[in-house]
Design a protein around this ligand. Structure first.
Ligand SMILES: O=c1ccn([C@@H]2O[C@H](COP(=O)(O)OP(=O)(O)O[C@H]3OC[C@H](O)[C@H](O)[C@H]3O)[C@@H](O)[C@H]2O)c(=O)[nH]1
Ligand SMILES: [Mn+2]
Length: 369
């Protein structure tokens, strides 16, 4: 899409919306105008016998833990249970080029002008325009309407690189960690920053899965949200882990990661005490994890994301295994994830991995996969 194009295309045949839920999907009513043209992949966490209603009119497929175990068999061990990390199963079963994932407590936000924000449209714009990881444009997104490269920006770099990830932000409840939430229980994010930026090559970032879009064909196999929640010593680091793995692979492949617009309205503050229990090992482990990712170097003969991810799993086992046996388990989970990805996405496969397709009018659940 050229920078000049006003409205990005509706990619209803090329994009799936993945929603993890342990609550309800009532929030979709507010998104209907923006989401109804798209196919939803709902990953129902928690009790598989619970019926989660999908508002009428939405085209969807829904997977419970039982479905995941039926589809993946023993490899289902790599998909987390009782953590939003379960959402990555939706990335695996999708057959589309793009994924947008959103939490069930995220609603339509408004610009300062009062205009409702079509978050999906902005993500599509972000994904269809290039990124600039090698040289920072001080006027932010040069491909945005009414913007360009500033003086001194090398012309040899103005073509940019393909964008793999579009990381959106949140008004109202910010995605703070538990300690910050505890000391700032009433702080709300009211700042609407009208900018999209490419995260520079060589710089890591804390990827939040609440309002996130990515090019599944470019980076899908690296979007594993790890082993979190039930039976694991850590939680709420699912998206962080994925973000660190994705960024080092994007840097190696010269793919771009953008952050900024669009905003969604995050409505629920999860319990900071519960969050602290889930996060606390991550809070000190990450002081070793980050330097590990900062020094990751891939062998030059690895060209596909799947190969790079398997190589990274080996590095995780070697480089982080001393911290806690969990990291060896996580490294194994990373390999199982790729094996599962290959099982559901064989290179020559035609057609779709089908669940029972819901129509939203009381559509069937995914038991006909
Ligand atoms: O066991 C669970 C817990 C939650 N979910 C679903 O995941 C989404 C996020 O849940 P929630 O809104 O309660 O968590 P937050 O603290 O706001 O989320 C942040 O931290 C955790 C994740 O990384 C999340 O993306 C972050 O934004 C929501 O749809 C729940 O229904 C679940 O499936 N299983
Ligand atoms: Mn939330």
């Amino acid at each position: 899409m050229s920078a000049m194009q006003e409205v990005p295309p509706v990619l209803s045949e090329e994009l799936d919306i993945v929603i993890p839920t342990i609550r309800s999907l009532d929030f979709l009513e507010q998104w209907r105008a923006f989401f109804e043209p798209y196919h939803l992949i709902v990953v129902q966490d928690g009790d598989p016998s619970r019926t989660v209603g999908v508002p009428a009119g939405f085209d969807y497929e829904l997977y419970t833990r039982k479905d995941i175990e039926r589809i993946l068999g023993p490899k289902a061990s790599c998909i987390s249970f009782k953590d939003s990390a379960c959402r990555c199963f939706g990335y695996m079963v999708s057959k589309k080029k793009y994924i947008y994932t959103i939490d069930d407590d995220c609603f339509v936000a408004s610009k300062p002008s009062g205009e409702k924000i079509d978050a999906l449209q902005q993500h599509i714009r972000n994904l269809l325009t290039p990124s600039t990881p090698f040289f920072f444009n001080t006027l932010y997104d040069p491909y945005a309407q009414g913007c360009d490269f500033v003086r001194g920006y090398p012309f040899s770099l103005r073509e940019g690189v393909p964008t793999a990830v579009s990381h959106g932000l949140w008004l109202n409840i910010p995605d703070y960690d538990a300690p910050t939430q505890l000391v700032k229980p009433v702080e709300r994010n009211t700042r609407y920053v009208n900018a999209v930026m490419t995260i520079p090559k060589g710089t890591l970032f804390p990827m939040c899965g609440m309002n996130l879009a990515f090019n599944r064909e470019l980076i899908g196999p690296a979007m594993y949200f790890g082993l979190m929640g039930d039976g694991q010593p850590i939680g709420r680091y699912d998206d962080m882990w994925a973000g660190w793995c994705v960024k080092v692979i994007c840097d190696h492949l010269s793919l771009g990661v953008k952050t900024g617009l669009p905003y969604i309205w995050h409505s629920k503050a999860s319990n900071p005490f519960v969050n602290l229990k889930k996060e606390y090992k991550g809070i000190f482990w990450q002081e070793e994890i980050i330097p590990f990712f900062q020094q990751v170097k891939f062998s030059s003969d690895k060209l596909t994301v799947e190969e790079l991810y398997i190589e990274l799993a080996g590095k995780v086992k070697e480089g982080l295994g001393h911290i806690d046996p969990y990291f060896s388990k996580l490294a194994d989970g990373m390999v199982t994830w790729i094996e599962s990805w290959r099982q559901l996405n064989p290179p020559a496969a035609e057609g779709e991995t089908t669940a029972a397709k819901g129509t939203g009018a009381g559509g069937k659940l995914a038991n006909g996969h």
